[in-house]
Ligand binder design. Structure first.
Ligand code: TYD
Length: 225
């Protein structure tokens, strides 16, 4: 069996990457590919437990504030489990994996946002993930102003729908998101062979087309039987 293809989606909260991931999965399946989707944190039984500890601010009320290094280690515990349980088996089976966030999120959020720095994150990535890198990363990064606006809008929606106690990350300030944005820029410049940046603030349909073109240029449609 040929090795599959590993694609990750990255961006700030509210960047629309989850919608684009779903649409790409549908298109690739229609093209005849086998597609496996997952999100981080989460996607395995252990990962779902870790996700609720990490994202639910109610658990913070029960556990106390989570130290940045503990947050980083939990993100990587989740990732190591999904590599073993989902990603490597799917790659071995020749599937296309679409993963909503991966190590770039840890570098941007914990390394940049929480100011742990890139070196610690990359050392964790080597230790926990054996440096497994995606073949392609689609980074949705419209202008900083529009990204901040979207993140704020999303916060507001969450507050209106679920009360203020929904998502620890979404309660963060503009400065936190600015640091994340800058770290994403840094990653994109450093790893330009892997990271495709979409800076467009265009319609969902237009971005979907851009992404499909990008991906189909790299993965040939499967041979028809
Ligand atoms: P989620 O509800 O999945 O948000 P989104 O749709 O924006 O991906 O929450 C994931 C949150 O976890 C998001 O705010 C980013 C954060 N995160 C990190 O801080 N570090 C990480 O390594 C990962 C994977 C996510």
């Amino acid at each position: 069996m040929p090795r599959g293809y590993f694609i990750t989606f990255e961006g700030l909260d509210g960047s629309g990457k989850t919608t684009q991931l779903r649409r790409l999965a549908t298109t690739l399946e229609a093209d005849g590919h086998t597609v496996v989707t997952l999100r981080q944190p989460g996607g395995t039984a252990l990962g779902d437990r870790i996700r609720s500890v990490l994202l639910d601010s109610k658990s913070e009320a029960a556990l106390g504030p989570i130290a940045p290094a503990a947050e980083m280690a939990l993100m990587f515990a989740d990732r190591a489990q999904s590599i073993a349980e989902v990603i490597l088996p799917a790659l071995d089976a020749g599937s296309i994996i679409l993963c909503d966030r991966y190590t770039d999120s840890s570098e941007a959020y914990q390394g940049g946002g929480r100011q742990l720095g890139s070196e610690r994150i990359l050392a964790m990535h080597a230790a926990a993930c054996d440096n497994l890198q995606p073949d392609l990363t689609i980074l949705l990064l419209p202008s900083l102003e529009s990204s901040l606006r979207r993140a704020r809008r999303r916060n507001q929606r969450h507050v209106e729908q679920k009360g203020t106690d929904e998502n620890r990350f979404e309660r963060e300030s503009d400065d936190f998101y600015r640091r994340i944005y800058e770290k994403y820029e840094e990653i994109a410049a450093r790893e330009s062979h892997r990271v495709a940046v979409i800076r467009d603030d265009a319609s969902i349909d237009h971005i979907q087309t851009l992404i499909h073109e990008l991906v189909s240029a790299r993965i040939p449609a499967p041979a028809t039987k």
